[in-house]
Design a protein. Structure first.
Length: 252
């Protein structure tokens, strides 16, 4: 099974898993992995590391945008099997431990089953481990403010709303933003492509998710790597403003 690995900038790769993306940052033999896909995406995850000349042992750290199963899937596996530290925003750490779970419920999915793509997406999510119990035993908050001392030197950008501690990452050196689910360019349940919020049922606090789009408007970046959808080339601040306009029109 081959992962769809796309080289987007120096040392920066977007990987399209099964309905979700993750990002690989390389610096020599060392790797920063941002998100890990569904639990069922592990073979794709390992293949993506191999395609860029890496391995699980070369992952210096896993950064998690937020602790939904389609992003957290193999984080605990890497931590337990290889001692890889798993870092999140401090507000998301208890979510990763599963002290609580803020995730779309079966009831919410059924209430939205009339939306095109929702039922096929739900079947895929179940088969891929979307409801599996995959807590991270010892998640850690970011060790210091500002750029992280990891391959790619990602800068955490808090973007709460989708979850309490959702966090994007800015790569100033390459003009890239890894946006997780705070700003996407498509989804299996979305009606169109292009910069947008996920449908309302996926957000813990939609109003805060909309407000967090402002965080992207201050970033000097021209490449957006979302948690769902294709890479978006063009001004990231403009992409965030377009998503805000769509949300105001009820198009997310």
């Amino acid at each position: 099974m081959r992962a769809a690995v796309q080289h987007v900038a120096d040392g920066t790769y977007l990987v399209h898993g099964s309905n979700t993306n993750w990002v690989i940052l390389t610096d020599g033999d060392a790797i920063t992995l941002i998100d890990t896909g569904y639990p069922g995406d592990r073979a794709l995850l390992l293949d993506s590391l191999a395609q860029v000349g890496g391995s699980p042992e070369s992952v210096a750290a896993v950064l998690v945008t937020h602790a939904h199963n389609d992003h957290l899937g193999s984080a605990e596996h890497l931590r337990a099997a290889h001692g890889t530290p798993v870092y999140l925003h401090e507000a998301e750490v208890p979510h990763a431990r599963r002290d609580f779970l803020h995730q779309v419920t079966v009831g919410q999915v059924m209430a939205n089953s009339w939306r095109p793509g929702v039922l096929p997406w739900a079947v895929h999510a179940l088969r891929s481990g979307g409801t599996r119990h995959v807590p991270v035993t010892a998640p850690e908050p970011f060790p210091a403010p500002g750029p992280l001392d990891l391959p790619g030197h990602p800068v955490p950008v808090p973007t709460p709303g989708h979850t309490l501690g959702h966090c994007a990452f800015h790569l100033p050196g390459t003009g890239v933003v890894v946006s997780g689910d705070a700003l996407v360019s498509g989804h299996a349940t979305a009606r169109t492509t292009g910069p947008q919020l996920l449908p309302d049922m996926f957000h813990h606090e939609r109003a805060r998710a909309v407000a967090s789009l402002a965080a992207f408007e201050d970033l000097d970046a021209g490449i957006l790597l979302p948690g769902h959808g294709p890479v978006h080339h063009g001004s990231v601040p403009d992409a965030a403003r377009r998503a805000r306009e769509r949300a105001a029109q009820g198009l997310s």
